[in-house]
Design a protein. Structure first.
Length: 143
């Protein structure tokens, strides 16, 4: 495993890990849209009107988008967890998992691990450097 990487590779590694959070946000947005559509359908009269048919189609499309989003999120999260497990340092694994899988802010990570927040940032930076090397070796990002 070569240890040469560019600062951009570290940014790419951070973006790689942040994908899970972005997909989760989009999935939750889809879930809210689905719920809004369901509420609109509940307010319609029981007859088969055009509005009801249009909402039913919209509901099916949103449900499909939600299922697709959830599947993508689960796949991405598993891929990210796998990459984190490949890190040799346990503290680095812990910090990345808390940050990118559980979406815990740095301050709370420091508090939970009984460490200084600046130290958590250093561990995080080192973990991203190591992850960038691993991801580049796997061809998931460019070095």
């Amino acid at each position: 495993m070569a240890f040469a990487f560019s600062p951009q590779a570290m940014d790419r590694a951070k973006a790689y890990f942040s994908r899970s959070m972005e997909i989760e946000k989009e999935t939750m947005l889809q879930k809210l849209r689905l719920e809004k559509c369901r509420l609109q359908m509940d307010c319609l009269p029981g007859q088969e009107s055009r509005d009801e048919q249009a909402l039913a189609c919209q509901l099916q499309a949103r449900r499909a988008a939600l299922v697709e989003g959830l599947q993508k999120w689960l796949e991405t999260e598993e891929e990210i967890k796998s990459t984190i497990r490949a890190l040799p340092d346990g503290m680095q694994r812990t910090v990345l998992e808390m940050r990118y899988v559980h979406q815990i802010p740095y301050f709370d990570i420091a508090e939970k691990l009984h460490m200084d927040e600046r130290h958590i940032y250093r561990v995080h930076r080192k973990a991203l450097q190591m992850a960038a090397v691993i991801l580049a070796d796997q061809g998931k990002i460019t070095a």
